[in-house]
Design a protein around this ligand. Structure first.
Ligand code: C5P
Length: 476
């Protein structure tokens, strides 16, 4: 009886067998036995799932995709050699969950950490490892791997791989793909903190950024090596997948590109003494949401915020202040602006004589707290002669006679628009996630009122920014 040596089979059949056996959890030999048995029993593997014949040097495409999905974005994922390579397997799953096709390339060092078989089983695609792999190199396979995708992701991007990229080396499949690429490239660096901070790596990172390469991470944390911590951990798979999706997404319209937007948010704290203050219940959520929406619309956004427990919106310059007077100074310093939105719940009063020491209880009774009025930031900026922003928007948080009070406020403060909202405790607006607002706009001597349905604060922000974009467009 003749014997069969799998090693001697043609490459297309070998890769099909590897993939099929990995999917079915069998060894390649077992898989061959199953196929032969099925054939003898008259139920051979469907013809469509059989591999194409091994490529002939002159005619076959070098890169065959085993499971292409028409219209889906695709990523070439280069897995570098580092302990973080195991997270790249999770990344394949995260990308596929987001309906992105993934084709993997493993460097020689990566194969010390993960096997091509696991990458191919997860990606449902053939995995590429060698620059001179006869199955992929005819017809310049590295060029096709570099270009037949929408994005190249390198995870983990090792110090060595980044150094090669920065200097244009192409001595293996991964570096050749990166050099031949005309697609965006996203790196997820991972290395020991000492390597990340090394002057050579710093230079390479700077060069790669200048070359327009996207980067995510590395994060700070513990290293795989015992007792080592610092910046160098690869970002988590979900973070890298989200960054990839951001790059793949078609560019958003940026109607506020080139516009400077100044926003205030949150409460102010007015000191009574070194440990006590007067405050209000504003969470800052609405102002922060407006800042994020304006930034997403392309504006250059400065957010002056009172004390809140919110994270800085990405891409926004955030200035944290305490009191109304601090807020006014920082707003004045941030001018000029094209649009100013005053969403802060500024305290109307402060204590006239702030105690230098903690006030004590005395037998004589309560210490007298004399209040003085704070500066009105909205009114001050609305009435500026030289640096008044062309569009000034205030907020009116009222618990009664909402529209009438808001109309009176436009006139009194001298602003152009007012966003009026009912903040009676029953509405849950203060500190909550939803808002019901009315937009009052000045049209000559008239004031128009546009009442919006209940929305999340993010939706209110998006709607307000859309209105601003329209107004700015009509003015230009
Ligand atoms: O007068 P009232 O506090 O109701 O006005 C609300 C509007 O005025 C908001 O836009 C708020 O940010 C702004 N304001 C201000 N400075 C103050 C008080 C209110 O900018 N001292």
């Amino acid at each position: 009886m003749a014997s069969l040596t799998i090693r001697k089979l043609d490459d297309g059949i070998k890769s099909y067998l590897r993939l099929r056996s990995a999917k079915n959890g069998r060894s390649v030999e077992e898989e061959v036995r199953v196929i032969l048995r099925e054939y003898c029993e008259g139920s051979p593997a469907p013809a469509s799932s059989l591999p194409p014949p091994s490529p002939a040097p002159t005619e076959s495409p070098a890169v065959e995709r085993t499971g292409p999905s028409v219209g889906q974005p695709s990523v070439t994922l280069i897995i570098g050699g580092g302990i973080a390579a195991f997270k790249a397997l999770e990344l394949i799953r995260r990308l596929k969950e987001r309906h992105i096709d993934v084709r993997c390339v493993l460097t020689r060092a990566a194969q010390q950490f993960v096997t091509p078989l696991s990458a191919s089983a997860l990606s449902h695609e053939r995995v590429y490892t060698d620059l001179f792999d006869p199955g992929s190199e005819f017809d310049a396979g590295h060029i096709r791997l570099a270009r037949e995708c929408d994005l190249i992701v390198v995870a983990p991007a090792t110090a060595d791989l980044m150094a090669k990229m920065a200097h244009g080396h192409a001595d293996d499949l991964a570096s050749a793909i990166l050099l031949a690429a005309n697609r965006p490239i996203l790196l997820a660096p991972a290395m020991n903190p000492l390597m990340w901070n090394n002057a050579a790596t710093r230079r390479n990172v700077m060069q790669l950024r200048r070359d327009g390469i996207h980067m995510i991470g590395p994060n700070a944390g513990e290293m795989a090596e015992s007792n080592e911590a610092g910046v160098g951990r690869m970002s988590e798979a979900a973070e890298i997948a989200a960054a990839a999706v951001d790059i793949l997404r078609p560019p958003r319209p940026r109607p506020l590109a080139g516009k400077r937007v100044l926003i205030t948010a949150g409460p102010t704290h007015e000191a009574i003494d070194p440990v006590r203050y007067i405050a209000n219940r504003s969470s800052g959520k609405q102002g922060f949401a407006i800042a994020a929406a304006a930034q997403a619309a392309g504006a250059d956004v400065t957010l002056v915020s009172g004390p809140v427990e919110l994270r800085d919106p990405p891409g926004v310059t955030v200035i944290r202040v305490e009191s109304a007077r601090d807020m006014l100074h920082r707003v004045q310093a941030a001018l000029p602006a094209d649009i100013a939105i005053f969403a802060a719940a500024v305290a109307d009063w402060r204590v006239a004589n702030e105690g230098e020491q903690k006030l004590k209880k005395t037998p004589a009774g309560m210490p007298p707290l004399q209040l003085v009025e704070n500066p009105d930031i909205l009114a001050t900026i609305s009435k500026l002669e030289d640096k008044r922003p062309p569009l000034v928007i205030g907020f009116a948080a009222e618990t009664e006679h909402l529209i009438d009070n808001a109309k009176a406020k436009i006139a009194r403060k001298g602003c152009d628009w007012i966003v009026a909202n009912d903040v009676s405790p029953s509405t849950g607006v203060m500190g909550g996630d939803r808002n019901t607002v009315h937009l009052l706009t000045r049209n000559g001597a008239d004031i128009e009122v546009d009442s919006w349905p209940v929305m999340t604060k993010e939706q209110v922000a998006a709607e307000l920014v859309a209105k601003i974009a329209k107004a700015v467009e009509n003015d230009s």
